[in-house]
Design a protein around this ligand. Sequence first.
Ligand SMILES: CC(=O)N[C@H]1[C@@H](OP(=O)(O)OP(=O)(O)OC[C@H]2O[C@@H](n3ccc(=O)[nH]c3=O)[C@H](O)[C@@H]2O)O[C@H](CO)[C@@H](O)[C@@H]1O
Ligand SMILES: C=C(OP(=O)(O)O)C(=O)O
Length: 435
Amino acid sequence: MGTFKIEGGHQLHGAITPQGAKNEALQILCAVLLTDEAVTIHNIPDIVDVNKLILLLEDLGVKIQKKGKGSYTFKADDVNTGYLQSEQFKKDGGGLRGSIMLVGPLLARFGMGYIPKPGGDKIGRRRLDTHFEGFVKLGATFRYNREEHFYGVEAKELKGTYMLLDEASVTGTANILMAAVLAKGTTTIYNAACEPYLQQLCKMLNRMGAKIQGVGSNLLTIEGVEKLGGTEHTMLPDMIEIGSWIGLAAMTRSELTIKNVSWENLGVIPSVFRKLGITLEQKGDDIFIPKHEDGYEIQNYIDGSILTIADAPWPGLTPDLLSIILVMATQARGEVLIHQKMFESRLFFVDKLIDMGAKIILCDPHRATVIGHDFKSQLKATTMVSPDIRAGISLLIAALSAKGTSTIHNIEQIDRGYENIEERLKAIGAKIVRL
Ligand SMILES: CC(=O)N[C@H]1[C@@H](OP(=O)(O)OP(=O)(O)OC[C@H]2O[C@@H](n3ccc(=O)[nH]c3=O)[C@H](O)[C@@H]2O)O[C@H](CO)[C@@H](O)[C@@H]1O
Ligand SMILES: C=C(OP(=O)(O)O)C(=O)O
């Protein structure tokens, strides 16, 4: 179990550049299986989950060439589908949540897709029904081995159809979409998720020869094509990292520039932070956050009632930023209700923040009320274990703002999604060591 030691209470200063988006990378990498031609991808983050997926592609026989930092060419012209039935795959295939999106492309191109129960954050129930219901609608047969937790779909031919997803699942939409692009006829996916991750995937698939309409909306129409070709693709900056660095700047009252954020793809994120009293200035494509010497004040609603920050499917606020927002609120002026609608085990990490002196009431597994200290009282350093990726980064931010030296164990959770984090934080003045 890896550990960070963090000496808190120091102001940071300078510029930080967000990595390529983790959740986009996981979709885009799976899409390379849809063609036997070369696909070159840039701005791939060097993080544990993405590297695990690249290894899985390699094990499947995909030829991979590193072109430079974050740039790789993939060629899936000799895929070894036998690997999917191997004990090795049953072990490694579930190492991350994103591997579930291997199924759609494999099904479309080779008539079969298998996957062990995928990993990812342990943040509550994370079902896969939407994915498999979609494949069955396209004509696949489905089987599930309950003992081995092994899922499988097979189809000689996929046929386009209309489907209304039971939930706007991000990975589910990507998975079904990647199957539908090679299906016969037209597929309509209603209640599709439409995060920038998915918009990027649609754009990439269209460049490969797919015919997808409705990109960016919750109604996708896909006219199946016989074959897809190669392309080149560049990942957007990671919006969750961007939100994390905003939270970091606020909590440590630091002046920070976040470089090349792709403002037009941030949706409501900037306005949510502004509601929490954070000043964000747009400078070209950078976000400039001035020092919040006088703290930051949470806005109330027009009628004076307490602000609620809740997640919602895109274009609502991504649930992946709520833990970070919660931590930030512990030092705000005012109160806020954080409502994590989606995952039922994601707020339990607040216990640690309470130990550190934060004023939080966990109302139920989905809701926490935070009463900010307005920097009149500093959080106290402590020892903690990172339960999931976003709680991990939130605890790290809390530790960087706290008085004294904190220890965070199980930092592998943070490494799943944040590239070379301690070096990047050290470069802006953080006192952090990996033990
Ligand atoms: C590898 C990957 O891409 N993981 C992301 C993906 O997981 P993943 O694709 O596993 O999660 P799903 O999108 O399937 O989420 C399940 C359900 O929660 C609903 N829902 C979603 C967002 C929301 O704010 N409120 C809500 O209730 C969705 O509509 C869906 O019904 O999407 C999640 C939701 O954005 C993110 O937390 C994960 O980081
Ligand atoms: C929940 C997340 O990731 P995953 O779906 O990969 O577990 C996340 O990135 O916050």
